[in-house]
Design a protein around this ligand. Structure first.
Ligand SMILES: [Zn+2]
Length: 391
């Protein structure tokens, strides 16, 4: 079969349209989409495992196609999307309309189409003669920090499932991706002591103390750029640090009591964001004795926003070769964005990232995926159902 010119099936397209028409912005419930997937599978006699968030407003879905086979390959996708507030769309972001050979909607590229095409081929996976099962793993809250998938993996372990491999269907234009950086975000709150600005020695200026830590972050970023061993293939081949938000102060003549800022590290797969964060905390702690000498309550507190580990697979992994074979691609790539791949990999499952569409359209107004990419993804799924071995 010619992988690039295979036609897209009406069923795969209509499932993709059905999924993108459900609003699953991360702030919302994803249950309508999860129930749709669960119902599709239950029509085939497949029972899904659902794991919920604490409020029971969102769920992950995990299902095994080929129950009784010793182990399997995970097809992983997140069900949530980023919002579109303030973006200039030429059509309703939930339209799922097809124009000029493209499916337009929020989530069309990132990444409901992969989920839809996997679902559309659930029957083929069930009927597969392969010695391995196919697991579907659909998560919530990926876009805001990869929170859902951790519950999904824990539940999978509880159920005694030990997958052989994982394919994360984030948009790579169907080129297998074997590495990405991590994304580690933190909030730092600085408590000082307020005073009239004519009496600064009696105060602890929270903004100024915060600025010293912000300066430390900038120094670290410059050190990464100057000294870190390069990792070729990334647009920025070294780790980065960046302060994204800063708030503080109430008036020109009041020494501020409070300041708060948020920052992130994007660490290379060969770097260690945990150590970076320890370095920031150590710097903050070194400033505290002088602050506390004026006001014992003064100091720094840190909060973790998200910790998405970097991902480092291998061109030699069987799952990478499988993805190459099924996508008709000889090479591999690296991607600039964070995914759930590092979390699967760190739990001991060889992983590759490969899915339809381009990250260039993700999170953008008029997000789309080309029908040609969807057809390639469908050929990939058909090939997987027909595969007899991994690698
Ligand atoms: Zn995504």
């Amino acid at each position: 079969m010619d992988i690039t010119t295979a036609a897209l099936s009406p069923r795969a397209l209509s499932l993709a349209q059905a999924l993108v028409r459900i609003n699953t912005v991360s702030a919302n419930s994803n249950l309508e989409l999860i129930h749709l997937a669960r119902d599709e599978l239950s029509r085939l006699g497949v029972v899904s495992r659902l794991t919920y968030n604490a409020e029971k407003t969102k769920a992950n879905l995990f299902a095994t196609l080929g129950e009784g086979k010793p182990a399997g390959v995970i097809l992983s996708g997140h069900t949530d999307t980023v919002p579109w507030d303030g973006q200039d769309w030429s059509d309703d972001p939930l339209s799922g309309s097809v124009r000029d050979g493209r499916l337009y909607a929020r989530g069309s590229a990132d990444m409901k189409s992969f989920i839809a095409i996997a679902l559309a081929h659930a029957g083929d996976f069930l009927a597969s003669k392969a010695p391995f099962a196919i697991h579907l793993a659909f998560s919530y809250d990926e876009e805001i920090g990869c929170f859902g998938v951790k519950e999904l993996i824990a539940d999978m372990r509880d159920a005694g499932v030990a997958p052989l491999a994982c394919i994360v269907g984030e948009p790579t234009s169907m080129v297998p991706a074997i590495a990405h950086k991590g994304v580690y975000r933190y909030k730092c709150c600085v408590r000082g002591k307020e005073a009239h600005s004519s009496l600064t020695p009696r105060s602890v200026n929270a903004i100024e103390m915060a600025a010293r830590v912000v300066g430390k972050l900038r120094d670290m970023a410059e050190t990464f750029e100057r000294e870190e061993p390069r990792y070729p293939g990334f647009d920025v081949p070294f780790s980065t640090a960046s302060v994204g938000q800063f708030h503080g102060g109430i008036a020109d003549n009041v020494v501020p009591r409070d300041a708060e800022f948020r920052y992130e590290f994007r660490d290379l797969p060969t770097a260690d964001a945990g150590r970076m964060q320890q370095e920031v905390i150590a710097h903050a702690r070194s400033l505290e004795p002088a602050m506390k000498a004026v006001a014992p309550e003064a100091g720094f507190s840190f909060e973790t926003i998200c910790e998405i580990p970097s991902f480092l697979g291998s061109a030699g992994d069987a799952v990478t070769r499988l993805a190459q074979r099924l996508s008709g691609e000889r090479g591999t790539t690296l991607v600039a964005f964070g995914t759930e791949a590092g979390i699967f990999k760190n739990s001991g499952i060889p992983t590759v990232v490969c899915g339809p569409g381009s990250i260039n359209q993700a999170h953008q107004p008029d997000e789309y995926v080309s029908l040609e990419q969807l057809a390639r993804c469908e050929a990939f799924m058909r090939g997987l159902a027909a595969a007899r071995e991994i690698g």
